[in-house]
Design a protein around this ligand. Structure first.
Ligand SMILES: [Zn+2]
Length: 592
């Protein structure tokens, strides 16, 4: 991050201390002893159970499993290291081989007008598979499975899903099978439509993304001015009555030389309640890599703030007797965490939200025609994204279910292609073997978490649409219900499925999601137009209200503090941030 006072040594020390703490066998034994023979209150029992649940995710109790774990981690480390030797290259339109980065490869596939260039980028992505397989990937799969079986699980997938979500692989795939089955007809319809609208060639994996990309980002860009994004996020959350319970959030939004090349959000202080009932609020650091005068940066910043700000809101409202309920690692359910952030960032696509918040620098609202065009261009093809998402868990399931003797590079590549054909209707623009999640122990076999989160998002939206006054945007009831029903519990009971059931009054199902994908474009346009007009009629007056999130927001750029809401309130801190952007990226000001 290039910050003053940063120290690799300190980082290692605290990392090791955390590992030691989470891996401490004596703590685990003590907790079990207390649970069995101690006189503990109900509240203490809840905390003790949580400590046991957490430590069990990190402590391997059998020595043969321990040895397997060490060996597989070593192999994975070696593979990760050798991955740096895989050159990322493509062939440009003049036939020159160009060295580049994975980000450029993905952007080019979507935007380069020359088909041969896009195809060469896709071929680069397809090289990931053979490379991983030549460098020991199959052995890692075998060892992960042996390790999981040693601990009594069916296979490694079963272990991962049970630890992360609290239900078995069987249950996981029963739910996924239902979704797969229900959306197959929608996929076929979308593929037919693609051929008809854009030609047979558009179904080729290096062409689909390009054929569907279009001009919209450019046209809508003025309605998402980057420098207004924090205020828009704050206002929208505040109107929904979302509060951060005294949390502190540091926002380091813009790119600079030497900055860590990935955006993320983390919690150096996880919130909790002490034994005398004092609440310790959370501290959040949030970083992204925005270039404020680049087309699309404002929209990305806003969606990211709604998403990461959603995670932060969720975590700051966890009120339990130990920070182990609110730390972001296992046993925190990926699905539960992503449901909250995706529910909130999904609002940016609602006409009702856009009519209130998508405004250009002159204060003019995004015209209906652009929303209409976006719905027409995107809605019929949304199922592609769903099928791309579920392909990952289906591939990993097949991978971990292969017999050791069948686990050969040829077979793995064959299975990957088969899953792509079956689930996505053809070879995928993002080949399964190029999905980074499948490699690392930590991120493998958890992609279903995103799928279930999306499922829960649709079910939660449907619940709010069908109850109360049937709205989400600017509705103060939303924050209150999310805090009380979804957020306060953290990773304790009743867990992801229980929470969804408690709020929406139904077990998690794919129905709401599938129903929304299946709505005809004409019907959706009618609904959204009505929402847009209703919002316009009700919105305008309130845009000067103070924003109270019960949070201290500090805008920083590395070591420099740009503004601090503690001094002057949130709105003024956002105004100062705007001034700073105009100074550092003068082009943004002239865009006004
Ligand atoms: Zn997230």
């Amino acid at each position: 991050m290039n910050l003053k006072g940063n120290s690799v040594e300190n980082l290692n020390t605290s990392f090791n201390a955390l590992e030691t703490f989470l891996g401490d066998q004596t703590t685990l034994e003590k907790v079990r002893e207390l649970l069995k023979h101690g006189t503990v209150s109900e509240e203490q029992r809840i905390v003790l159970n949580q400590i046991e649940k957490t430590l069990k995710c990190y402590i391997v109790e059998s020595s043969s499993a321990k040895a397997l774990r060490e060996s597989m981690m070593k192999k994975e480390g070696a593979l990760q290291k050798s991955r740096n030797n895989l050159k990322t290259q493509y062939t440009d339109k003049d036939g020159n081989v160009v060295d580049t980065t994975p980000t450029v490869i993905r952007t080019k596939m979507r935007s380069d007008p020359v088909e041969s260039v896009r195809k060469s980028c896709w071929e680069m992505l397809r090289k990931n598979g053979p490379f991983l397989l030549d460098n020991g990937f199959c052995d890692i799969i075998k060892e992960r499975n042996r390790f999981a079986r040693e601990l009594g699980f069916e296979d490694f997938y079963d272990l991962k899903v049970t630890n992360a979500e609290g239900f078995s692989k069987k249950k996981c795939f029963e739910m996924l099978d239902g979704l797969e089955h229900a959306t197959k007809p929608l996929l076929d319809k979308a593929l037919e439509r693609l051929k008809k609208e854009k030609g047979e060639d558009a179904t080729k994996p290096w062409n689909t993304g390009f054929a569907l990309s279009g001009e919209l980002t450019k046209l809508t860009d003025p309605y998402y001015p980057f420098e207004y994004a924090p205020e828009v996020w704050g206002r929208s959350f505040s109107k929904m009555n979302i509060k951060y319970k005294g949390a502190t959030m540091r926002l380091d939004l813009c790119d600079r030389k030497g900055k860590y090349p990935n955006g993320f959000c983390h919690w150096p202080t996880a919130p909790y309640k002490t034994q005398d009932d004092t609440f310790i609020p959370s501290e959040t650091n949030f970083t992204s890599l925005a270039t404020p005068d680049e087309i699309g940066s404002g929209n990305t910043a806003l969606t990211t703030l709604m998403h990461e700000g959603g995670h932060a809101a969720h975590f700051s409202n966890i009120v339990q007797g130990s920070p182990l309920f609110s730390q972001e690692r296992a046993p925190f359910s990926v699905a539960l965490a992503e449901t909250q952030s995706m529910f909130l960032d999904a609002l940016c696509e609602d006409a009702s939200w856009q009519a209130r918040y998508a405004k250009n620098r002159k204060g003019e609202t995004i015209p209906w025609e652009l929303i209409e065009r976006s719905i027409k261009e995107r809605h019929p093809y949304k199922v592609f994204q769903l099928r791309g998402m579920i392909a990952v868990p289906y591939f990993e399931k097949a991978l971990y279910e292969m017999d050791e003797k069948d686990l050969t590079p040829e077979n793995v590549l064959k299975v990957a292609d088969e899953v792509e054909m079956k689930i996505q209707g053809g070879l995928a623009g993002r080949p399964l073997m190029s999905v980074p999640h499948i490699l690392a122990d930590e991120s493998s076999c958890y992609y279903h978490g995103y799928v279930f989160a999306e499922m829960a998002v649709h079910q939660t939206r449907e619940y709010f649409f069908k109850t109360g006054d049937g709205t989400i945007v600017d509705n103060p009831r939303v924050g209150k219900e999310l805090i009380e029903n979804y957020w306060v519990h953290g990773s304790g009971n009743p867990g992801f499925l229980g929470l969804v059931n408690n709020l929406t009054g139904s077990p998690l199902k794919h129905n709401a999601w599938v129903k929304e994908l299946g709505v005809e474009v004409e019907d959706l346009l009618k609904e959204e137009k009505a929402e847009y007009e209703k919002a316009l009629a009700s919105a305008s007056s309130s845009s000067k209200d103070e924003i109270d999130l019960e949070m201290r927001a500090i805008f920083v750029h590395g070591d420099d503090v740009i503004s601090d809401s503690k001094e002057s309130g949130f709105v003024e801190a956002c105004e100062k941030f705007r001034g700073w952007i105009y100074q550092e990226w003068p082009k943004t000001k002239s865009m006004a």
